[in-house]
Design a protein around this ligand. Structure first.
Ligand code: NAP
Length: 289
């Protein structure tokens, strides 16, 4: 990749940002298509979103991804919101269209593409969701679109679960969303659910901090963790040992990135190259498949 005066700029604003895998995927895509573009990690502390957007504008960036903790705050500083970003009040992709900064949300499409690719059947199923942050909102909207019949939300801060429910009930008339207490009793609906999705940063390492009675898995259900760790997250390991099918967050990450790439460049994203770059860093070279 040769950076020169004609190089187009995109990036990701977040804090912290050292963990992000997005530059790897996007720069692999630009290389594969021979595009003179570069994707940069942009460390933007809380409270600096407005000035960061001014910087993107004046430095001629074509757009940016937005991640923790800015997905909601950024909404107030954009010129307009499109599609799911408007419905969710959360933005993960900013696109400069002429001189206007527009907010999009590709997490919903990313999760739906992941469900299809993994052949997880959602129509008519019940789902248990841990979390009510930006990612959970996108996941719940995706499940509603795919025809889930009942969604249970468990979140540490009950008021956020209620806000999510209210915001998304507008999205559909036929699904039933209800909150459950963030404790072991709350999770006892697990045996009625075909799908459990962890949309919190809990139970990634060895500690099982999720209030979940794993013995209630009945086998054959899906456990999905939006986090990814080469050796598997604690949640997925426990669920798998009780007979659940498991998947981590790399599919959603790949597909939301591919959708952002399409919005910025207008090109079809080279998904296999992006996937390979992602797998190499998660699982190590030689084990990436
Ligand atoms: P967020 O908006 O900050 O929401 C975080 C959620 O986790 C909230 O529901 C929060 O509960 C809960 N939480 C955080 N720390 C907790 C703790 N110590 N105990 C109990 N609950 C806790 O973040 P987000 O964007 O939704 O991201 C959530 C997770 O999904 C992160 O791990 C992120 O890396 C992952 N993610 C993956 C993808 C992907 O493409 N694979 C995309 C987006 C996010 P409260 O409401 O009570 O604070």
């Amino acid at each position: 990749m040769q950076v020169n005066g004609g190089t187009e700029l995109v990036g990701i604003i977040g804090y912290p940002i050292h963990y992000t895998l997005s530059p790897l995927m996007h720069n692999a895509a630009f290389r594969a298509l021979g595009m003179n573009w570069i994707y940069l990690p942009l460390r933007v502390p809380p409270g600096e979103v407005a000035s960061a957007l001014g910087g993107l504008r004046s430095l001629g960036f074509r757009g940016a991804n937005v991640t923790i903790p800015h997905k909601v705050e950024v909404v107030g500083f954009l010129d307009d919101l499109k599609g799911d970003a408007d419905l969710l009040g959360a933005v993960n992709t900013v696109v400069k269209e002429e001189e206007r900064l527009m907010g999009y949300n590709t997490d919903v499409a990313g999760f739906i593409a992941f469900l299809h690719e993994t052949q997880i059947e959602v129509e008519g199923a019940s789902a248990l969701i841990f979390g009510a942050g930006g990612a959970a909102r996108a996941v719940v909207l995706a499940l509603l679109r795919e025809g889930a019949s009942r969604i249970y939300i468990m979140n540490r801060t009950a008021s956020r679960a209620r806000e999510l429910k209210t915001a998304l009930k507008r999205a559909t008339s036929h699904s039933d969303i209800s909150e459950r207490a963030f404790d072991y009793e709350g999770s006892r609906v697990l045996n009625q659910c075909g799908l459990v999705v962890n949309c919190t940063p809990l139970a990634v390492d060895d500690k099982n901090e999720l209030p979940l009675e794993y013995g209630d898995f009945t086998g054959g259900q899906w456990a999905v963790d939006l986090n990814y760790a080469g050796r598997g997250t604690a949640f997925l390991k426990e669920a798998s040992s009780r007979g659940a099918n498991t998947a981590n967050g790399e599919g959603m990450l790949l597909h939301q990135a591919a959708a952002s790439f399409r919005l910025w460049t207008g090109e079809n994203p080279p998904e296999e190259e992006m996937r390979q770059a992602l797998k190499e860093v998660i699982y190590g070279k030689g084990q990436a498949g």
